[in-house]
Design a protein around this ligand. Structure first.
Ligand SMILES: [Fe+2]
Length: 484
């Protein structure tokens, strides 16, 4: 009797479970999580000009706004950039592997620009080449008592199992929320920043304040950016098309101030390029430059995909500003034009992950694609596709425009997790097959994993590659046994 009573609900539950499972995998019902977390938000206002976060370094003509980025294709060069405000000064970096002993030096270039009545300081870019991998370098810029010293660590040699931890930050701005993002990032242990566009939000200002807010932002990020490379991609706030001020040259401030190693990847523009770092091949695209068929960006990307060697750099990462998959009301469908041009390439080339910004919230997709759509079949819905990348929007750095709090309802099937909070992400590559991904909400302590998962490599995770990997390890193990 007792058995009968318990068995009926069990059967009922089994039927329900089976139905849910069927719907989940047979149909398209596999929507993700919309976080109900509501953060107590600091006002989205920029930190005042005279705040300590923007302090000008002491000394006549002292270098300020110091930042570095990768300077070549493979991570053996660094571009050091800084601004001097009183006089041009020297465009020289003295450097070496011990503090205070600068046995090497490199000479760079100096540039400046005007923006309406604003005159920029003297902007220096200096390439340090021929560095050793996995080595700490110290460097000194400026003259006499105004000189300043910093250090950076070069990445490990390019290799399939080289571990590396990237941070991902987007849409940062210069508010108290931005400051919180930077402080959280500093405790993340990440070694380089993949920046997904919209840097200073200086274009929210007018006349001289535009240039001045680029200067404050440069000083704002220096505590991190002088010590580890930020790999830049441009957002819409870098365009600065402001005809009422007579400023119509797109990306003028950004291109003068933030260098990229575009020539090393045979690109014709600093706005799109690629680098290899440790075990990752990183492709940077420009959402606001022509990308349709036959344009320079399209032709460059077609060639760059051919240069990707997953045997050397298993991880293929793409950065852009406007997300291809976004279910927030803000900027909905703005990435559709780039999706229609590049998505099939992302799938064919087994891109692991695409990071974007632009939407001031966090969202992660499942592995999905919509590459079968054409204007005649009407087949036009994203479907699960294990060859497709994961799409992650990290436009939640904390700028003055505030959060994008309204997601589309219901949550689309392609969306795995979404939350309207500030934060940053990290991608910790462990080896050629696995990486740990983590999104950190600003309100949390650094160890709280608000959204995290293990990212399996798209190239090495397939069965054939696994067999090859197993064989590789067995051969190397046999070699070790033979040695001992
Ligand atoms: Fe944006």
């Amino acid at each position: 009797m007792r058995g009968e009573v318990t068995s009926r609900p069990s059967r009922f539950i089994l039927v329900i479970f089976t139905a849910i499972t069927f719907l989940s995998y047979g149909g398209r019902v596999y929507g993700g999580i919309t976080s109900t977390f509501i953060r107590s938000e600091w006002p989205s206002v920029d930190i005042p000009f005279d705040n300590e976060a923007f302090a000008v370094p002491k000394g006549h003509n002292a270098p300020q706004q110091v930042h570095i980025t990768q300077g070549d294709y493979d991570g053996k060069a660094v571009i050091v950039s800084w601004v001097t405000s009183d006089a041009p000064g020297l465009s020289i970096v003295n450097f070496g592997t011990s503090l205070g002993r600068y046995t090497l030096s490199a000479e760079g270039t100096m540039t400046n620009y005007t923006f309406h009545d604003y005159k920029s300081g003297y902007i220096h870019h200096c390439l340090l080449e021929g560095l050793k991998y996995d080595t700490k370098y110290y460097y000194k810029i400026g003259e006499g008592e105004s000189s300043r010293e910093f250090s950076f660590q070069t990445p490990p040699k390019i290799g399939p199992d080289a571990p590396y931890k990237f941070g991902i930050i987007g849409d940062l701005g210069q508010t108290y929320n931005s400051l919180s993002t930077l402080e959280h990032y500093m405790h993340s242990g990440a070694q380089a920043v993949l920046f997904v566009g919209d840097l200073s939000y200086a274009d929210r200002y007018q006349y001289n304040d535009v240039g001045l807010r680029w200067d404050t932002w440069g000083r704002f990020i220096e505590k991190i950016a002088a010590h580890q490379p930020w790999l830049w991609s441009a957002g819409n706030h870098e365009i600065e098309y402001m005809p009422y001020m007579g400023e119509v040259i797109p990306f003028k401030s950004y291109l003068h101030r933030y260098a990229t190693p575009y020539l090393a990847s045979k690109s014709s523009s600093p706005l799109w390029y690629a680098v290899r770092r440790a075990s990752a091949h990183i492709i940077v695209l420009s959402s606001y430059s022509p990308f349709v068929k036959y344009t320079p960006q399209w032709m460059w990307l077609r060639e760059e995909f051919k240069r990707v060697d997953r045997e050397k750099t298993p991880w293929l990462i793409v950065l852009m500003h406007a997300p291809i998959y976004n279910s927030n009301n803000a900027h909905f469908m703005e990435g559709e034009s780039m999706r229609s041009v590049f998505e099939s390439w992302f799938v064919r080339n087994k891109v692991d992950v695409v990071f974007a910004g632009h939407v001031h919230a966090y969202e992660r997709s499942y592995r999905i694609s919509n590459i079968h759509y054409d204007v005649s079949t009407g087949d036009h819905y994203p479907v699960r596709d294990e060859s497709a990348p994961v799409y992650i929007t990290v436009g939640d750095g904390g700028n003055q425009e505030g959060l994008a709090g309204r997601f589309r309802d219901p949550q689309p099937d392609y969306s795995a997790f979404r939350e309207a909070s500030y934060g940053h992400s990290t991608l910790e590559i462990k080896n050629r097959t696995h990486a740990l991904y983590h999104w950190n909400r600003n309100d949390d302590g650094k160890k709280v994993a608000t959204d995290s998962f293990v990212l399996h490599n798209q190239y090495w995770a397939t069965n054939g590659r696994r067999r090859k990997l197993k064989k590789h390890y067995l051969t190397s193990l046999a070699g070790q046994i033979a040695t001992y």
